[in-house]
Design a protein around this ligand. Structure first.
Ligand code: NAD
Ligand code: UFG
Length: 337
């Protein structure tokens, strides 16, 4: 298939492109490089032998987006592009609503105008909001008490996609709700490359391991979990990428929602300790107060994706730590832009 990947120079997009190419798909990329480096493209070529075509523009630009669709014939779109920093979204809500919603509206208009009717959308476990369970199934009601504007943009886009599916019989949409992606490609050629201050746990751990930061602050050790730290469902980014390939293989009209997670909760402290033993580096950490908006524990029930897409995770927490460390050692300064 000829696939357009939006946000394809980003962390999850780049790993997905490698898996798409390995499965025989043709790939084009749109990215405005707001949170990524053009150097990703040559790394993808190094791994796969193929260079995806990169279009560098902002998807909020309706004219540029429309022109891209007029000049190409895409079979499907995988939509990763978006801003994703939870804390920043609280500070700059309008930036998040504007970027994430307008880019998606521009993309969906171009798809409908040009009869491209297959979409895979990057959503997040954050749309479940606050629930009275820790194991999330797709049938749980979503959208209640989402703690930040970023999460609300994901929920709003999900609803928009469902409405479009209801209005267009031929439109096929797959909404993938990711849990906590970490890790890197085992070649060490591509990985997570935070351009500013990292937002998430794993990049902080790595920066402490390399000495870039003195210590890791662990937000809370008084949660009702075995070791008092929060538990999350970490998923290797390559497993996550393969979930997209599996979703593309299944074609059926309507809107379908799948969790992509391992189904196994791991605590912050467990991740720190595993990383430390795999890398051979001691990770200095200090417990501090809870971070606002954090839930004690949540993880995926991934059984729907296994049953309907034939997908499940294959990689372990050890693999995630080993591949992250390998990427970090090979690329201490990330990508050369
Ligand atoms: P990323 O920031 O590495 O990738 C997103 C890419 O989109 C970046 O390359 C950025 O430059 C691009 N982009 C942003 N706005 C754009 C616009 N208006 N036009 C064109 N390009 C634009 O993030 P990621 O971790 O690869 O995440 C990919 C998707 O998955 C995002 O939608 C994110 O919200 C979602 N997601 C990520 C996580 C996670 O923990 N990484 C969890 C759940 C969901
Ligand atoms: N944490 C620390 N110290 C840090 C960073 C994180 O203790 O320096 C803790 C957090 O308190 C949390 C856990 O590590 O308990 C994981 O935090 P992350 O920020 O890595 O991940 P979150 O679970 O908060 O959120 C992530 C993504 C969201 C997504 C969500 C659910 O950032 O976009 O997973 O998929 F919505």
């Amino acid at each position: 298939m000829n696939i357009l990947v939006t946000g394809g120079t980003g962390y999850i997009g780049s790993h997905t492109i490698v898996e798409l190419i390995a499965n025989g798909h043709e790939v084009s990329v749109v990215d405005n490089l707001a949170n990524s480096s053009v150097g990703v493209i040559s790394r993808i070529k190094k791994i796969t032998g193929k260079e995806p075509k990169l279009y560098t523009f902002d998807l909020c630009d309706k004219e540029a987006t429309s022109n891209l669709f007029k000049k190409n014939s895409f079979d499907a779109v995988i939509h990763f592009a978006g801003l994703k920093a939870v804390g920043e979204s609280v500070q700059l809500p309008l930036t998040y609503y504007e970027n994430n919603l307008l880019s998606t509206i521009s993309l969906l208009n171009a798809m409908l105008d040009n009869d491209v009717d297959r979409l895979i959308f990057s959503s997040s476990a954050t749309v479940y909001g606050s629930t009275d369970t820790t194991r999330y199934r797709e049938t749980l009601p979503a959208g209640h008490d989402i703690s930040n504007p970023y999460g609300r943009t994901k929920y709003m886009i999900e609803e928009m996609i469902k409405d479009i599916g209801n209005a267009n019989d031929s439109f096929e949409a797959t909404i993938l709700r990711y849990f906590n992606p970490i890790g890197a490609h085992e070649s060490g050629e591509i990985g997570e490359n935070p351009l500013g201050l990292p937002n998430n746990l794993m990049p902080f751990i790595t920066q402490v391991a390399t000495g870039k930061r003195e210590e890791l602050l662990i937000f809370g050790n008084d949660y009702p979990t075995e070791d008092g730290t929060c538990k999350r469902d970490f998923i290797h980014v390559v497993d996550l990428a393969r979930g997209h390939v599996a979703a593309l293989k299944k074609s059926s009209p309507g809107t379908h929602i799948y969790n992509l997670g391992s189904g196994i909760p791991t605590s912050v402290l467990q991740l720190v300790n595993t990383f430390s033993s795999i890398s051979g580096k001691s990770i200095k950490y200090r417990f501090t107060s809870r971070r606002e908006g954090d839930l004690a524990e949540f993880y995926a029930d991934p059984s729907k994706a296994e049953l309907e897409l034939g997908w499940k995770v294959e990689k372990s927490i050890e693999d995630m730590c080993r591949d992250t460390w390998n990427w970090q050692l090979k690329n201490p300064n990330g990508y050369d832009r």
